[in-house]
Design a protein around this ligand. Structure first.
Ligand code: CU
Length: 362
């Protein structure tokens, strides 16, 4: 290699290291259980960063897609973004450093009272902004980033994963154990004869589509509490198999309404509009593998291949529809039964017996 070429390679490598090329970082999923940040003198200090990385919704052996994502400084990029969880009345001081080359507007890191709820932060490339606010309303919320001028309803592409949960617990008293489930839809721009068009959506819960979604565990008689957050650009009628659930609260990324006993309703399906949230409680009275899923069939079917694996709509439809009606258990990730599906494995209480289920007549 001659000297000029070596110098060019060195300069190029430096540019890549500086983040001017796509960094090779992976966007990993997490289960929304460990809050980010650190408490100092009663306040939460949180350093967020925005960067580009590769999300592998179909598993790391398949191609991934390049997206914008959040990370807590010193940690890896994640989807969902870092969990912010504090008690009511806690001051939250946040810095957001944008290490990407995209300008991003961040919504939802602010007071839930008055006009402040509509505030947003403009975070230019290479710039760090700071904000400080008091968590002044209890409930289930989220923060989200997007290109300037983008509404949640139209945020579907490489900024679709820029968001994290913001949970405000009561000021005092015990905090019941719960799980936070965030719903995603991400599209890619793919080539077509008439120019770039959106790909079919990749659908995921806490960063993973079925069959990679987390396997939840419970015991008969448990009270299972979920905070379901639809941070996606689509609506989802979310349905639970086998049991009714009680709706304890409903809201969106800005406001939440906690229901009193007269307002609570029992349901098996609740529609989650774009940006909405739902607190639900259910209790299984028998063992089994119980699904919670979107009731739109095309949100629980095959997820598309992404990145270099995408081979066009014809190939996608041929594969998606060829396998309908054929339970291809060996390869769910590429065929139907995918996307917004989660299962809870309910085991018997120790020492209790349950009548065997009758086999289904065929
Ligand atoms: Cu759906």
């Amino acid at each position: 290699m001659n000297e000029a070429l070596m110098r060019a390679v060195a300069v190029l490598s430096t540019l890549v290291l500086l983040g001017l090329g796509y960094p090779a970082s992976t966007v990993t999923w997490h289960d929304n259980r460990v809050p980010a940040g650190r408490m100092m003198a009663g306040a939460l200090m949180l350093d967020l960063e925005i960067a580009r990385g590769t999300w592998y919704p179909n598993g790391e052996r398949r191609a991934g897609t390049n997206v914008l994502a959040f990370r807590e400084r010193g940690h890896g990029l994640t989807t969902p973004g870092p969990l912010v969880r504090v008690r009511l009345g806690t001051r939250i001081s946040v810095s957001i450093a944008n290490t990407s080359t995209d300008t991003v507007t961040v919504h939802g890191l602010g007071s839930r009272q008055g006009a402040a709820v509509f505030d947003s932060l403009l975070v230019l490339p290479g710039v760090t902004v700071t904000t400080s606010f008091v968590a002044d309303a209890e409930g289930t919320f989220f923060y989200w980033g997007a290109r300037p001028g983008t509404r949640l309803m139209s945020r579907g592409f490489d900024d679709a994963l820029l968001s994290g949960a913001l949970i405000v617990d009561p000021a005092q008293g015990p905090i019941p154990e719960d799980r936070i489930l965030m719903i995603d839809v991400l599209e890619e721009l793919v080539p077509s004869a008439s120019g770039p068009v959106p790909s079919p959506g990749t659908l995921a819960i806490n960063g993973r589509p079925w069959p990679l979604t987390e396997r939840l565990e419970a015991t008969v008689g448990d009270s299972i509490r979920w905070r379901v957050i639809n941070r996606s650009s689509r609506s989802h009628p979310m349905h639970l198999h086998g049991f009714y659930f009680r709706v304890d609260a409903a809201g969106d990324w800005q406001r939440d309404t906690v229901f009193d006993a007269r307002q609570q309703r029992m349901a098996v399906t609740e529609g989650l509009a774009v940006g909405s949230t739902l607190d639900l409680v259910w209790s299984p009275d028998r063992p089994g593998g119980w699904l919670f899923h979107c009731h739109l069939s095309f949100h629980a079917m095959m997820n598309p291949p992404v990145g270099d694996d995408w081979k066009g709509y014809d190939a996608f439809f041929a594969r998606a529809f060829r396998d309908l009606g054929n339970a291809d258990a060996a390869n769910h990730v590429e065929h139907h039964m995918a996307g917004l599906i989660l299962v809870t494995n309910v085991v018997p209480k120790a020492g209790e017996a349950y009548p065997a289920l009758r086999p289904v007549a065929r």
